[in-house]
Ligand binder design. Structure first.
Ligand SMILES: C[S@@+](CC[C@H](N)C(=O)[O-])C[C@H]1O[C@@H](n2cnc3c(N)ncnc32)[C@H](O)[C@@H]1O
Length: 238
C-alpha cells in the first residue's frame, strides 16, 4: 500500500472544528477501508471518516456521549484493551493514548503493527505555562525502561480513563521512541495552537509513504501542505 501524504493540512489546529479538519485531511491521504475509532467519545471523528467513505467502527467503554440513535455505522461498548484490531486497516487513537498506562500503550501499539494509525495526543515535557496544562510542569519526569514521561492522575469523568487511575504522558522524544519501537514511520501532522505539545501523528509502516510533506515552519507560516514532488522517502518527515 502506498499513501499519498500531499493532501494533509499541516497547519496548527484550534479546537474543535480545526481538529476535525486536520483529521479529515489526514484521511484524505489514506486508502478507504475498515477503520476503527478507539475511545470514540462523541463520535465526531467517526462521523467524518464515515462521510469520507471508510467502513467505520466506533468503540468506547462509555455511551454517555454517543449519539447512538444517529449513528450510521456500528458502535461497540468495549474496553479498548480487549479489542481485536485484526479486521481494521486504519486505527484512530484520538484523545486516548494519554488516558492509558504505559503497559497498555505498549500492548495497543503492538496490536497496531503494520496498520496505519492516527494518533492525537498530549506530550508532557516543557509545557507552556500559559496554557490550561500549566500544572503539568510541576509533575516530576519519570523513567520507565527507555521511556520518559509523567504520571497523570485521572480525574473522574466521561472523558477520562476507564479503569486506571493514572496514565502515562510521554515527552515528545519518548513518544517518538514509542512509535519507532513498534516499527512505525512517523509524520507529525499538526500541533495545537492552544496546547503546543498536543499534536496529530500519522504512523505508517516503512515504505507506505509516497511523498514526504514539508509542513510550514511555524504557526502563521504558509497555509496548506507542500509536497516534495516525486520524493519517495520512507520514514520520518522531521
Ligand atoms: C478525551 S475523550 C476523547 C474522545 C474522542 N476520541 C475525541 O478525541 O474527541 C477519551 C475517550 O476515551 C474513552 N476511553 C478511555 N479509556 C478507555 C478504554 N480503556 N476503553 C474504551 N474507551 C476508553 C473515554 O470514555 C472517552 O470517551
Amino acid at each position: 500500500m502506498t499513501l499519498d501524504l500531499t493532501k494533509i493540512d499541516f497547519r496548527p489546529f484550534t479546537y474543535p472544528a480545526k481538529r476535525v479538519a486536520i483529521f479529515r485531511s489526514i484521511l484524505a491521504s489514506l486508502p478507504r477501508g475498515p477503520l476503527v475509532d478507539l475511545g470514540a467519545g462523541t463520535c465526531v471523528f467517526s462521523d467524518a471518516a464515515d462521510e469520507l467513505g471508510f467502513a467505520v467502527t466506533s468503540i468506547d467503554a462509555r455511551t454517555e456521549r454517543v449519539p447512538l440513535e444517529q449513528l450510521r455505522w456500528p458502535f461497540l461498548q468495549q474496553d479498548i484493551r480487549d479489542v481485536d484490531l485484526a479486521p481494521y486497516a486504519t486505527v484512530c487513537v484520538l484523545g486516548l493514548l494519554y488516558h492509558l498506562t504505559l503497559p497498555h500503550q505498549l500492548a495497543l501499539l503492538k496490536k497496531c503493527r503494520g496498520k496505519v494509525v492516527i494518533v492525537d495526543t498530549h506530550c508532557a515535557d516543557s509545557v507552556d505555562r500559559s496554557t490550561t496544562l500549566r500544572w503539568l510542569a510541576g509533575l516530576p519526569l519519570i523513567h520507565v525502561d527507555q521511556y520518559v514521561g509523567k504520571l497523570y492522575r485521572e480525574p473522574p469523568g466521561v472523558c477520562s480513563s476507564f479503569g486506571n487511575g493514572e496514565s502515562f504522558w510521554h515527552t515528545e522524544t519518548s513518544l517518538r521512541r514509542l512509535f519507532a519501537d513498534h516499527g512505525f514511520a512517523v509524520v507529525k501532522v499538526a500541533g495545537s495552537e492552544f496546547a503546543p505539545l498536543r499534536a496529530f501523528w500519522l504512523l505508517t509502516s516503512h515504505g507506505q509513504q509516497k511523498a514526504t510533506v514539508v509542513p510550514p515552519s511555524a504557526p502563521g507560516g504558509p497555509p496548506g501542505p507542500k509536497a516534495v514532488p516525486g520524493a519517495t522517502r520512507p520514514g520520518n518527515a522531521s
